[in-house]
Write a protein that binds this ligand. Structure first.
Ligand SMILES: *Cc1c(COP(=O)(O)O)cnc(C)c1O
Length: 355
Protein backbone atom coordinates (compact mmCIF):
# COMPACT_ATOMS: atom_id res chain seq x y z
CA UNK A 1 0.00 0.00 0.00
CA UNK A 2 1.16 3.54 -0.72
CA UNK A 3 2.40 5.88 1.97
CA UNK A 4 1.46 8.41 3.10
CA UNK A 5 -2.11 7.19 3.16
CA UNK A 6 -5.38 7.81 4.93
CA UNK A 7 -7.26 4.72 6.05
CA UNK A 8 -10.96 5.32 6.47
CA UNK A 9 -13.30 2.77 8.02
CA UNK A 10 -16.62 3.19 6.23
CA UNK A 11 -18.43 0.60 8.36
CA UNK A 12 -17.79 2.88 11.35
CA UNK A 13 -19.05 5.90 9.41
CA UNK A 14 -22.31 4.03 8.86
CA UNK A 15 -22.45 3.06 12.54
CA UNK A 16 -21.81 6.62 13.78
CA UNK A 17 -24.39 8.13 11.45
CA UNK A 18 -26.95 5.55 12.64
CA UNK A 19 -26.05 6.28 16.25
CA UNK A 20 -26.53 10.05 15.78
CA UNK A 21 -29.83 9.50 13.98
CA UNK A 22 -31.11 7.41 16.87
CA UNK A 23 -29.93 9.65 19.73
CA UNK A 24 -31.38 12.78 18.10
CA UNK A 25 -34.67 11.19 17.12
CA UNK A 26 -36.33 11.62 20.55
CA UNK A 27 -35.67 15.36 20.17
CA UNK A 28 -37.28 15.40 16.68
CA UNK A 29 -33.96 16.46 15.12
CA UNK A 30 -32.90 14.91 11.84
CA UNK A 31 -29.29 14.93 10.68
CA UNK A 32 -27.88 16.01 7.35
CA UNK A 33 -24.35 14.60 6.99
CA UNK A 34 -21.80 17.06 5.62
CA UNK A 35 -19.36 15.52 3.14
CA UNK A 36 -16.95 18.45 2.64
CA UNK A 37 -14.06 17.09 4.70
CA UNK A 38 -14.04 14.06 2.34
CA UNK A 39 -14.38 16.32 -0.72
CA UNK A 40 -17.71 14.66 -1.50
CA UNK A 41 -16.09 11.25 -1.91
CA UNK A 42 -18.76 8.93 -3.40
CA UNK A 43 -17.76 6.01 -1.12
CA UNK A 44 -18.39 8.11 1.97
CA UNK A 45 -21.63 9.41 0.47
CA UNK A 46 -22.77 5.83 -0.19
CA UNK A 47 -21.94 4.87 3.42
CA UNK A 48 -23.93 7.80 4.77
CA UNK A 49 -26.90 6.88 2.58
CA UNK A 50 -26.69 3.31 3.94
CA UNK A 51 -27.19 4.71 7.44
CA UNK A 52 -30.64 5.90 6.43
CA UNK A 53 -30.27 9.67 6.05
CA UNK A 54 -32.52 11.43 3.54
CA UNK A 55 -30.26 14.28 2.43
CA UNK A 56 -26.54 15.08 2.17
CA UNK A 57 -24.84 18.47 2.42
CA UNK A 58 -21.62 19.98 1.18
CA UNK A 59 -20.16 23.48 1.11
CA UNK A 60 -18.77 23.24 -2.44
CA UNK A 61 -20.65 22.73 -5.68
CA UNK A 62 -17.64 20.80 -7.09
CA UNK A 63 -18.08 18.14 -4.39
CA UNK A 64 -21.82 17.91 -5.01
CA UNK A 65 -21.24 17.58 -8.75
CA UNK A 66 -18.70 14.83 -8.05
CA UNK A 67 -21.35 12.87 -6.12
CA UNK A 68 -23.93 13.46 -8.86
CA UNK A 69 -21.51 12.20 -11.51
CA UNK A 70 -20.97 9.09 -9.38
CA UNK A 71 -24.68 8.40 -9.65
CA UNK A 72 -25.79 9.62 -6.21
CA UNK A 73 -29.36 10.87 -6.54
CA UNK A 74 -30.29 11.67 -2.90
CA UNK A 75 -31.34 15.31 -2.27
CA UNK A 76 -28.38 17.63 -1.74
CA UNK A 77 -28.05 20.82 0.27
CA UNK A 78 -25.36 23.42 -0.47
CA UNK A 79 -24.35 24.83 2.91
CA UNK A 80 -22.26 27.79 1.81
CA UNK A 81 -24.25 30.64 0.33
CA UNK A 82 -23.92 30.19 -3.47
CA UNK A 83 -21.51 32.27 -5.53
CA UNK A 84 -23.41 34.45 -7.98
CA UNK A 85 -21.26 32.91 -10.70
CA UNK A 86 -22.42 29.38 -9.81
CA UNK A 87 -26.21 29.68 -9.47
CA UNK A 88 -26.91 27.61 -12.62
CA UNK A 89 -24.81 24.72 -11.28
CA UNK A 90 -26.50 25.07 -7.89
CA UNK A 91 -30.08 24.78 -9.13
CA UNK A 92 -29.09 21.92 -11.42
CA UNK A 93 -27.48 19.81 -8.68
CA UNK A 94 -28.93 20.89 -5.33
CA UNK A 95 -32.47 20.72 -4.00
CA UNK A 96 -31.71 23.25 -1.27
CA UNK A 97 -29.12 25.93 -0.51
CA UNK A 98 -28.38 28.00 2.58
CA UNK A 99 -28.61 31.70 1.73
CA UNK A 100 -27.83 35.10 3.18
CA UNK A 101 -28.07 37.50 0.21
CA UNK A 102 -31.23 38.55 -1.61
CA UNK A 103 -29.28 39.20 -4.79
CA UNK A 104 -28.20 35.55 -4.80
CA UNK A 105 -31.70 34.23 -4.07
CA UNK A 106 -32.98 36.34 -7.00
CA UNK A 107 -30.30 34.86 -9.25
CA UNK A 108 -31.21 31.35 -8.05
CA UNK A 109 -34.85 32.11 -8.90
CA UNK A 110 -33.94 33.20 -12.41
CA UNK A 111 -31.67 30.21 -12.98
CA UNK A 112 -34.30 27.81 -11.60
CA UNK A 113 -36.93 29.33 -13.86
CA UNK A 114 -34.68 28.99 -16.91
CA UNK A 115 -33.92 25.37 -16.06
CA UNK A 116 -37.54 24.58 -15.20
CA UNK A 117 -36.66 23.53 -11.63
CA UNK A 118 -37.82 24.39 -8.14
CA UNK A 119 -35.09 25.36 -5.70
CA UNK A 120 -35.41 25.31 -1.92
CA UNK A 121 -33.96 28.15 0.14
CA UNK A 122 -33.05 28.28 3.80
CA UNK A 123 -32.28 31.79 5.03
CA UNK A 124 -29.39 31.85 7.51
CA UNK A 125 -29.65 34.19 10.48
CA UNK A 126 -26.70 35.77 12.31
CA UNK A 127 -26.86 34.63 15.96
CA UNK A 128 -23.58 36.07 17.22
CA UNK A 129 -20.66 34.04 15.88
CA UNK A 130 -20.34 36.65 13.08
CA UNK A 131 -19.73 34.40 10.10
CA UNK A 132 -22.66 33.88 7.71
CA UNK A 133 -26.20 35.07 8.29
CA UNK A 134 -28.57 37.97 7.82
CA UNK A 135 -28.93 40.29 10.80
CA UNK A 136 -32.14 39.34 12.67
CA UNK A 137 -33.78 42.74 12.07
CA UNK A 138 -33.47 42.19 8.30
CA UNK A 139 -34.88 38.66 8.33
CA UNK A 140 -38.55 39.40 7.71
CA UNK A 141 -37.67 41.68 4.84
CA UNK A 142 -35.61 39.03 3.02
CA UNK A 143 -38.36 36.47 3.67
CA UNK A 144 -40.99 38.83 2.22
CA UNK A 145 -38.92 39.30 -0.95
CA UNK A 146 -38.07 35.60 -1.22
CA UNK A 147 -41.71 34.55 -1.01
CA UNK A 148 -42.43 36.62 -4.11
CA UNK A 149 -39.85 34.86 -6.28
CA UNK A 150 -40.86 32.24 -8.81
CA UNK A 151 -39.34 28.73 -8.72
CA UNK A 152 -38.10 29.28 -5.16
CA UNK A 153 -39.55 27.47 -2.14
CA UNK A 154 -38.70 28.94 1.21
CA UNK A 155 -37.91 25.83 3.27
CA UNK A 156 -37.07 27.57 6.50
CA UNK A 157 -34.39 29.38 8.42
CA UNK A 158 -31.10 28.30 9.94
CA UNK A 159 -28.01 29.37 11.78
CA UNK A 160 -24.37 28.46 12.22
CA UNK A 161 -22.31 29.05 15.36
CA UNK A 162 -18.84 28.22 16.72
CA UNK A 163 -16.87 28.12 13.43
CA UNK A 164 -15.45 31.64 13.71
CA UNK A 165 -15.47 32.72 17.35
CA UNK A 166 -16.34 29.51 19.12
CA UNK A 167 -19.70 30.92 20.28
CA UNK A 168 -21.60 28.01 21.86
CA UNK A 169 -25.06 26.94 20.71
CA UNK A 170 -27.18 27.18 23.84
CA UNK A 171 -30.81 27.35 24.85
CA UNK A 172 -30.92 31.16 24.54
CA UNK A 173 -29.64 31.48 20.97
CA UNK A 174 -31.58 28.39 19.82
CA UNK A 175 -34.75 29.78 21.46
CA UNK A 176 -34.15 33.05 19.63
CA UNK A 177 -33.90 31.21 16.29
CA UNK A 178 -37.12 29.32 17.08
CA UNK A 179 -38.85 32.57 18.07
CA UNK A 180 -37.84 34.23 14.79
CA UNK A 181 -39.19 31.22 12.88
CA UNK A 182 -42.49 31.35 14.72
CA UNK A 183 -42.88 35.09 14.21
CA UNK A 184 -42.17 34.73 10.49
CA UNK A 185 -44.67 31.88 10.20
CA UNK A 186 -47.34 34.00 11.84
CA UNK A 187 -46.51 37.16 9.93
CA UNK A 188 -46.55 35.51 6.50
CA UNK A 189 -49.03 32.72 7.18
CA UNK A 190 -46.55 30.01 6.23
CA UNK A 191 -45.10 26.84 7.77
CA UNK A 192 -41.37 26.18 7.78
CA UNK A 193 -40.35 22.63 6.97
CA UNK A 194 -36.80 23.08 8.26
CA UNK A 195 -35.22 24.94 11.15
CA UNK A 196 -31.55 24.14 10.73
CA UNK A 197 -29.89 24.79 14.09
CA UNK A 198 -26.21 24.27 13.36
CA UNK A 199 -23.33 21.82 13.26
CA UNK A 200 -21.49 19.32 15.46
CA UNK A 201 -21.03 22.04 18.09
CA UNK A 202 -24.81 21.86 18.72
CA UNK A 203 -24.72 18.34 20.12
CA UNK A 204 -24.22 19.14 23.81
CA UNK A 205 -27.22 21.45 23.61
CA UNK A 206 -29.28 18.96 21.60
CA UNK A 207 -28.59 15.92 23.78
CA UNK A 208 -29.46 17.90 26.88
CA UNK A 209 -32.97 18.76 25.59
CA UNK A 210 -35.95 17.47 27.50
CA UNK A 211 -37.69 15.14 25.02
CA UNK A 212 -41.06 16.03 26.58
CA UNK A 213 -40.70 19.73 25.80
CA UNK A 214 -41.38 20.82 22.22
CA UNK A 215 -38.22 21.82 20.36
CA UNK A 216 -38.59 23.78 17.13
CA UNK A 217 -35.07 23.23 15.78
CA UNK A 218 -35.46 20.08 13.69
CA UNK A 219 -32.22 19.71 11.74
CA UNK A 220 -28.47 19.60 12.39
CA UNK A 221 -25.80 19.53 9.70
CA UNK A 222 -23.11 17.15 10.96
CA UNK A 223 -19.58 16.39 9.82
CA UNK A 224 -17.13 16.15 12.71
CA UNK A 225 -19.57 14.29 14.99
CA UNK A 226 -20.03 11.52 12.43
CA UNK A 227 -16.39 11.14 11.37
CA UNK A 228 -14.75 11.62 14.78
CA UNK A 229 -17.51 10.48 17.17
CA UNK A 230 -17.22 13.67 19.23
CA UNK A 231 -19.21 16.83 19.83
CA UNK A 232 -17.26 19.81 18.53
CA UNK A 233 -17.20 22.21 21.50
CA UNK A 234 -15.11 20.21 23.98
CA UNK A 235 -14.39 17.17 21.76
CA UNK A 236 -16.22 14.94 24.25
CA UNK A 237 -16.86 11.49 22.80
CA UNK A 238 -20.45 10.67 21.94
CA UNK A 239 -21.67 7.61 23.83
CA UNK A 240 -21.68 4.57 21.58
CA UNK A 241 -19.85 6.27 18.71
CA UNK A 242 -16.52 5.27 17.16
CA UNK A 243 -13.65 7.75 17.61
CA UNK A 244 -11.10 5.87 15.50
CA UNK A 245 -12.47 6.08 11.96
CA UNK A 246 -9.50 7.73 10.23
CA UNK A 247 -5.78 6.99 10.48
CA UNK A 248 -2.84 8.57 8.66
CA UNK A 249 0.06 6.22 7.89
CA UNK A 250 3.52 7.58 7.05
CA UNK A 251 6.89 5.95 6.41
CA UNK A 252 10.27 6.40 8.10
CA UNK A 253 12.98 7.40 5.60
CA UNK A 254 15.89 8.15 7.96
CA UNK A 255 16.79 7.16 11.51
CA UNK A 256 19.77 8.61 13.37
CA UNK A 257 21.17 9.57 16.71
CA UNK A 258 21.65 13.34 16.46
CA UNK A 259 22.30 16.25 18.80
CA UNK A 260 19.20 18.19 19.85
CA UNK A 261 21.01 21.54 19.41
CA UNK A 262 21.71 22.86 15.89
CA UNK A 263 25.27 23.85 14.98
CA UNK A 264 26.17 27.19 13.34
CA UNK A 265 24.63 30.64 13.31
CA UNK A 266 20.84 30.50 13.12
CA UNK A 267 18.31 32.67 11.32
CA UNK A 268 14.68 31.98 10.38
CA UNK A 269 13.83 28.58 8.86
CA UNK A 270 12.07 27.78 5.56
CA UNK A 271 8.72 28.87 7.04
CA UNK A 272 9.88 32.13 8.61
CA UNK A 273 10.02 30.63 12.09
CA UNK A 274 12.85 30.47 14.60
CA UNK A 275 11.84 27.82 17.12
CA UNK A 276 13.45 27.83 20.57
CA UNK A 277 15.59 24.82 21.32
CA UNK A 278 16.63 23.27 24.58
CA UNK A 279 19.58 20.95 24.90
CA UNK A 280 18.33 17.43 25.50
CA UNK A 281 21.63 15.86 24.57
CA UNK A 282 21.72 13.18 21.89
CA UNK A 283 18.27 12.10 20.64
CA UNK A 284 16.81 9.30 18.52
CA UNK A 285 15.69 11.33 15.54
CA UNK A 286 13.53 9.95 12.76
CA UNK A 287 12.54 11.52 9.46
CA UNK A 288 9.17 10.65 7.96
CA UNK A 289 8.15 11.22 4.36
CA UNK A 290 5.27 13.42 5.48
CA UNK A 291 5.38 17.19 5.12
CA UNK A 292 3.23 20.28 5.16
CA UNK A 293 2.32 19.51 1.56
CA UNK A 294 0.68 16.31 2.80
CA UNK A 295 -0.98 17.37 6.05
CA UNK A 296 -1.21 20.20 8.57
CA UNK A 297 1.29 18.88 11.14
CA UNK A 298 -0.68 20.53 13.95
CA UNK A 299 -3.62 18.26 13.11
CA UNK A 300 -1.95 14.89 13.65
CA UNK A 301 -1.39 12.93 16.86
CA UNK A 302 1.62 10.56 16.99
CA UNK A 303 1.53 7.20 18.75
CA UNK A 304 2.83 6.87 22.31
CA UNK A 305 6.62 7.18 22.53
CA UNK A 306 6.96 9.38 19.44
CA UNK A 307 7.10 13.17 19.56
CA UNK A 308 6.76 15.51 16.58
CA UNK A 309 9.55 18.09 16.83
CA UNK A 310 9.45 19.87 13.44
CA UNK A 311 7.95 19.83 9.98
CA UNK A 312 8.97 21.16 6.58
CA UNK A 313 7.42 20.89 3.12
CA UNK A 314 8.30 17.19 2.71
CA UNK A 315 9.63 15.98 6.07
CA UNK A 316 8.28 15.38 9.51
CA UNK A 317 11.01 15.30 12.16
CA UNK A 318 10.20 13.08 15.14
CA UNK A 319 12.01 11.79 18.18
CA UNK A 320 11.40 8.42 19.71
CA UNK A 321 11.61 7.73 23.42
CA UNK A 322 12.04 3.98 23.14
CA UNK A 323 13.75 1.97 20.42
CA UNK A 324 15.05 3.88 17.39
CA UNK A 325 12.77 3.92 14.35
CA UNK A 326 13.61 1.66 11.42
CA UNK A 327 13.83 2.89 7.85
CA UNK A 328 10.74 1.61 6.05
CA UNK A 329 8.71 1.38 9.26
CA UNK A 330 5.13 2.67 9.08
CA UNK A 331 3.94 5.08 11.76
CA UNK A 332 0.19 5.46 12.38
CA UNK A 333 -1.21 8.85 13.41
CA UNK A 334 -4.62 9.85 14.67
CA UNK A 335 -5.97 13.07 13.20
CA UNK A 336 -8.20 15.91 14.24
CA UNK A 337 -10.56 17.76 11.91
CA UNK A 338 -7.84 20.05 10.48
CA UNK A 339 -5.53 17.09 9.96
CA UNK A 340 -8.18 15.15 8.06
CA UNK A 341 -9.19 18.20 6.02
CA UNK A 342 -5.62 18.88 4.93
CA UNK A 343 -4.65 15.25 4.25
CA UNK A 344 -7.87 14.60 2.26
CA UNK A 345 -7.16 17.68 0.17
CA UNK A 346 -3.55 16.74 -0.58
CA UNK A 347 -3.01 14.86 -3.85
CA UNK A 348 0.10 13.25 -2.34
CA UNK A 349 -1.86 11.30 0.27
CA UNK A 350 -3.48 8.05 -0.93
CA UNK A 351 -6.97 7.37 0.35
CA UNK A 352 -8.07 3.85 1.31
CA UNK A 353 -11.71 3.37 2.14
CA UNK A 354 -12.57 -0.01 3.62
CA UNK A 355 -15.59 -1.72 5.19
C1 LIG B 1 -18.89 22.60 7.77
C2 LIG B 1 -20.27 23.04 8.11
C3 LIG B 1 -21.10 22.23 8.89
C4 LIG B 1 -20.62 20.93 9.51
O1 LIG B 1 -19.71 21.21 10.51
P1 LIG B 1 -19.16 20.09 11.51
O2 LIG B 1 -18.55 20.83 12.63
O3 LIG B 1 -18.20 19.25 10.74
O4 LIG B 1 -20.34 19.29 11.95
C5 LIG B 1 -22.39 22.66 9.13
N1 LIG B 1 -22.85 23.83 8.62
C6 LIG B 1 -22.08 24.63 7.87
C7 LIG B 1 -22.65 25.90 7.35
C8 LIG B 1 -20.76 24.27 7.59
O5 LIG B 1 -20.00 25.08 6.85
Amino acid sequence: MNTPRLEIDCAKIVANAKRLISILKPHCISIVPVTKVFMGHPTVAASLILSGVRMLADSRIENIERMRHAGITIPMMLIRTPMLSQVERVVLNCEISLNTELIVIRALSKAAKNAGFLHGVIVMVELGDLREGIMPDKLFDIIRQTLRLSNITLKGIGANLTCRYGVAPQQDNMDFLAKLAKEAETLFGIRFEIISGGNSANLLWALDLDPHVHNAVNQLRLGEAIYFGVEALYKHPIAGAHTDIVTLVAEVIESNIKPSIPKGQRSINAFGEMPQVIDRGQVKQGLLALGRQDVNPLGIIPPRGITIVASCSDHLVVESAGVALQVGQEIRFKLDYSGLLSAMTSPYVSKYFYH
